[in-house]
Write a protein that binds this ligand. Structure first.
Ligand SMILES: Nc1nc2c(ncn2[C@@H]2O[C@H](COP(=O)(O)OP(=O)(O)O)[C@@H](O)[C@H]2O)c(=O)[nH]1
Ligand SMILES: [Mg+2]
Length: 289
């Protein structure tokens, strides 16, 4: 799989000295790498400014400046996971089906458990029995306590019970899974709203993190998903999954630049330990690798 940013690097480096035509080609390639038109324009303006300030001419130097600006853009915002001053810390996973919510939740449970924290997981995706079973496997694997109801039951009730269980057990962290089916957007909206309200009512503060899980292979549609979910619930951060199988990844820039939502975690595979805190330098290196 040849990465798009690698292609961009090869194009620039292959040019020797750069000219207007190179800039235009670069612009097209950024858009093709899913960077999005507005963000591409911003990127290009900053690139041209920096290149002229530093009196650079060589394509390879321009490529370095491009990376530098990308790292700077992606670094904005707070990337650390927030925790509650009084336990439990509540983390909710939201996002459309198949993006990696349950898997990321499992990986997070593993991470908290290995830090010696007590974890309760809430099977808030009650839409399918398989979703509950999947979370059960993760709970076993990570030694977390699971709260689940039957398939088809009210997810808000599951969250309510989980909050009680977390308090009763003195848990440090409550990780809540949610459904992501898209065909009934208004239901999903009501459901997430209700869960959010219950969390706030029961502990006097909203969830510490509402993590929107986005599949990095979905291109610019990812930005659309982020816009829609931000309208439904206050998203505090993004988890970009499947970094291991994306060829593009430029949409991450649009997300940070236009939606101002910080990326907090990166999913780099299906295994338990394949979750990384976001690091702009590492991420840009991956894109260009
Ligand atoms: N390669 C790869 N696969 C992932 C990653 N995260 C999740 N997956 C896979 O994506 C699929 C959907 O994940 P799941 O957690 O069930 O998504 P959900 O519907 O949002 O809960 C599963 O096959 C996961 O193993 C990742 O970072 N890399
Ligand atoms: Mg799931």
């Amino acid at each position: 799989m040849l990465k798009w940013f690698r292609k961009i690097d090869q194009m620039l480096t292959g040019r020797g000295t750069i000219d207007e035509e190179t800039y235009e080609e670069l612009e097209d390639m950024l858009i093709q790498a899913d960077v999005g038109v507005n963000t591409t324009m911003k990127l290009m303006t900053r690139l041209r400014e920096t290149v002229s300030e530093r009196r650079l001419e060589l394509g390879e130097d321009v490529s370095d400046v491009l990376k530098e600006i990308m790292i700077e853009m992606l670094s904005t915002g707070d990337h650390a996971l927030r925790s509650s001053p009084t336990p439990p810390t509540v983390v909710m996973m939201v996002g459309v089906n198949g993006t990696g919510k349950t898997t990321t939740l499992g990986k997070l449970a593993h991470r908290y458990q290995s830090e010696g924290k007590r974890v309760v997981v809430a099977a808030g995706d009650t839409f399918r029995a398989a979703a509950i079973e999947q979370l059960e496997i993760w709970a076993q694997r990570t030694g977390s306590h699971i709260i689940k109801h039957q398939a088809g039951s009210d997810p808000a009730a599951v969250i309510y019970d989980s909050l009680q269980a977390a308090k009763a057990r003195g848990a440090d962290v409550l990780l809540a899974d949610t459904a992501g089916r898209q065909h009934t957007k208004s239901n999903l909206m009501d459901e997430l709203n209700k869960i959010g309200r219950i969390v706030e009512r029961e502990r006097g503060r909203p969830a510490d993190e509402v993590l929107l899980v986005l599949d990095s292979t979905t291109g610019q549609n990812l930005v659309q998903q982020a816009k829609e979910f931000s309208r439904i619930i206050p998203v505090t951060g993004v988890v970009l999954t499947k970094i291991d199988s994306t060829a593009k990844g430029g949409a991450a820039l649009t997300l940070v630049e236009e939606l101002k939502i910080p990326i907090k975690l990166l999913g780099t595979g299906e295994k338990m330990d394949q979750l990384r805190p976001f690091d702009a330098l590492w991420f840009v290196d991956q894109l260009f690798e």
